[in-house]
Structures are given as structure tokens and as C-alpha cells.
Design a protein around this ligand. Structure first.
Ligand SMILES: [Zn+2]
Ligand SMILES: [Zn+2]
Length: 389
């Protein structure tokens, strides 16, 4: 698949463009590349779709924020791709019908519904099942490595008796009298480009050219039944709280053999008691004893791949930050991996025995213990604070 262009670049707007500017830019592009104006021009059609895709994202504050943060990968979660990956826009993008049904209003009613796809199929307006939204809670380890989840989804599924058609059998159809079986009706409309003869989807049969004369008794003609489906989804490494991954076609089945809705998987992060996430970095608060701080030593710290041993240098101060390079989370867009930052804290025994007290008193009398050293504060605490607000 070709590299996707930046959505702001596609619409020719600035990164800080407001909703009105984005709408205007899209309208301009949509008119320029409109298929009625560029019949049979594949490149114009691609541009038309590209603009619609960009508009879909940039006109939605949620999607736009996600796109600004994660780029294209944040839209489909398809970083790395692979089996059972996500469709979203990545998997073939919008169909022309999607564009007209979603953004028809942008044309001020001039094009809405009147367009009939030129690339075969014949502009059939099909029923579409609704989307389903589910939440998936992931541990830090699952986020670090990526994970495949099997989700049992309660949804409408195609009726097994009629195969989703809603008809009793193959003879339960007659030719639609409105369109005489063609599936579309011709009408004359006034558009931006003058009077145009357009072919619209037949309102009676929805473009199938047929009407059902006897309904399936199991689904009462709906074509759907309540059911369940186990959906396997591959979640890429590095996803974050609130990201939405779209699995195309795994939502509710549509009436009478239409197009399935999508399954939207919302990511939730399980809080890890030892590691706090900061973007792709992880922060661990490490407690060491006074003696380890003084003499140095080896201690264990948690990482996303299990425990790791790290060395503490003699004379380590509280607040020192030890950076474990590459021990953070992988970037969801594939741009490397974050670090783990170990912030040292020193614990002091709350109680001393008489003998211990004597030893510490001796120590306190030594020259190195006469004056507190001043240490530069590290701004890691500023970063950490933001997590606990
Ligand atoms: Zn049925
Ligand atoms: Zn018809």
C-alpha cells in the first residue's frame, strides 16, 4: 500500500486550521475531484476519496486529536499490519457510497444520493449494520509486546435459514415495479454544473431490483438474528489508553443481506503498581537502603520483560534518575522504543536497636557526615507530578 499523505496536506490547510476552514477546504476538493465532473478518471476518484478520508478525521475532534498525536497509525491501529489486523481506512478506504452517505450534506444537497457509482456494481444502496463498541483492558506487558485477543461479541448475525436475505426461498422474489428491476431511477437535477441527469438508487427496492414476496419464518424477513461471534483481534504494541481500533465488518449484521457494521475496540490500560507510563517511557520509583546509597550495590527493578538487576553507584543521592535505555514501550508508529527511568529514593529505618543506634552515632561523628551536600533537583519530579494530578 502506498504511503499515506498527511491529512492536513491533503486538504491544504494549516495544522491549526479551525473547523470552518477544514470544511471549506474539503468542499473545494470534493467539488474539484467530484466523479460527476471527472467521469472515468481514476486519479480524480482516488483524490476524492483521499479528501473524504482526511475530512472524516479532521472534522471529528476526537479523531483529529488522535491523529495529531499518533499519525495514521492512531487511526487504524494497523502499525505492523498482519493477520487479523484492522481495516479502518487502511483496508481499502471509503467506498464512494460511504462518502455520499456520510458527507452528502457538505454538497448542500446538490449531490446527495444522486450519485451512481461508475465502477461497476451499479450504485446499490445497501443496508448497513450498526457499529459495536467494546472495551479491552490491557496490561503493560501486553501493550509492550502487542497481543492477540479473542473477544466474544453479542451482535446481530445473518439468519442461517435464509442466508441473511430475509426471503423464504429463491422463488420468494418478484421484479421491483418502481424501477422495473434495474435497481435505479433516473431523474433530472440542478447541480453546481448545470442541469444533470442523474441515476439514483431505487427507493422501493434499495437497488436490488427485486422485492421479497414471502418472508423467511425464522427471522421474520429481517435477515438477521441475535447471536454471538468470537472475533480475534491483533492489537499492535504501543497502543495507549483511549485509542480506538476499528475492525471492519465485525459489527452488527445488516437487514436483508446488507453490509456489516464495524467493531470498534477501545483500549484501556490496566494500572501497573510499579511502573507508571509517560508516553513511551516508563517510570519506576526505587527505594534503596541508606547503606546501599552509601556503599553502592546491585538491586532488582521491575521492567515490562520481568525483573532486571541494576548497579547502584556508591554515594547515590535520593532523586537520582537511572535511565534503562530501550526498556520502555515500543512506539505505536514503529519509531523506536522508550526508556525506563528509575528514580532513586532512600528509605531510613524507622526504629533502631540500641546497638545500631551506637553505630550510627559513631558514624555521625565522622567528617563526611558533618554537613549535608547540596544536590541539584532533577526535573523528573515535575514530569511525575502530572500523573498524580
Ligand atoms: Zn431468515
Ligand atoms: Zn426498484
Amino acid at each position: 500500500m502506498a504511503e499515506k499523505r498527511d491529512y492536513y496536506e491533503v486538504l491544504g490547510v494549516a495544522k491549526n486550521a479551525n473547523a470552518d476552514e477544514i470544511k471549506k477546504a474539503y468542499r473545494k476538493a470534493a467539488i474539484q475531484f467530484h466523479p460527476d465532473k471527472n467521469p472515468g478518471d481514476k486519479e480524480a476518484e482516488e483524490k476524492f476519496k483521499e479528501a473524504a478520508e482526511a475530512y472524516d478525521v479532521l472534522s471529528n475532534p476526537d479523531k483529529r486529536a488522535r491523529y495529531d498525536q499518533f499519525g495514521h497509525a492512531g487511526m487504524s491501529g494497523a502499525a505492523g499490519g498482519g493477520a487479523g489486523g484492522f481495516g479502518g481506512f487502511g483496508g481499502g478506504g471509503f467506498s464512494m457510497e460511504d462518502i455520499f452517505s456520510q458527507f452528502g450534506d457538505i454538497f448542500g444537497g446538490h449531490f446527495g444520493g444522486g450519485f451512481r457509482s461508475s465502477n461497476g456494481g451499479g450504485g446499490r444502496r445497501v443496508n448497513r449494520g450498526s457499529d459495536i463498541r467494546v472495551r479491552v483492558r490491557l496490561t503493560l506487558a501486553e501493550i509492550a509486546n502487542g497481543v492477540t485477543k479473542k473477544l466474544k461479541i453479542n451482535k446481530t448475525v445473518a439468519c442461517d435459514k435464509c442466508g441473511g436475505s430475509g426471503a423464504r426461498d429463491a422463488n420468494s422474489y418478484s421484479t421491483c415495479s418502481t424501477c422495473n428491476g434495474t435497481g435505479y431511477v433516473t431523474r433530472v437535477e440542478n447541480t453546481f454544473f448545470g442541469r444533470m441527469q442523474t441515476q439514483g438508487v431505487c427507493p422501493t427496492c434499495g437497488g436490488t431490483g427485486k422485492v421479497i414476496t414471502a418472508s423467511c419464518d425464522k427471522c421474520k424477513g429481517e435477515g438477521t438474528l441475535r447471536g454471538q461471534e468470537v472475533v480475534e483481534i491483533k492489537i499492535p504494541a504501543g497502543v495507549g489508553e483511549g485509542m480506538v481500533l476499528t475492525v471492519t465488518g465485525k459489527g452488527n449484521a445488516a437487514r436483508q443481506g446488507g453490509v456489516n457494521g464495524d467493531l470498534q475496540v477501545v483500549i484501556e490500560e490496566e494500572r501497573n503498581p510499579e511502573l507508571v507510563r509517560d508516553g513511551n517511557d516508563l517510570i519506576h520509583n526505587l527505594n534503596i537502603t541508606v547503606t546501599t546509597a552509601l556503599l553502592g550495590g546491585t538491586v532488582e527493578v521491575p521492567t515490562v520483560d520481568g525483573r532486571a538487576k541494576i548497579k547502584i553507584a556508591p554515594g547515590t543521592h535520593a532523586g537520582k534518575v537511572l535511565r534503562l535505555g530501550g526498556k520502555g514501550l515500543p512506539d505505536v508508529n514503529g519509531y523506536g522504543r522508550g526508556d525506563e527511568l528509575v528514580v532513586v529514593d532512600i528509605t531510613v529505618p524507622s526504629k533502631l536497636s540500641a546497638e545500631e543506634r551506637k553505630l550510627v552515632e559513631q558514624l555521625a561523628a565522622q567528617p563526611s557526615f558533618q554537613k549535608a551536600e547540596s544536590v541539584k533537583n532533577q526535573n523528573i519530579f515535575e514530569r511525575m507530578k502530572s500523573f498524580f494530578r
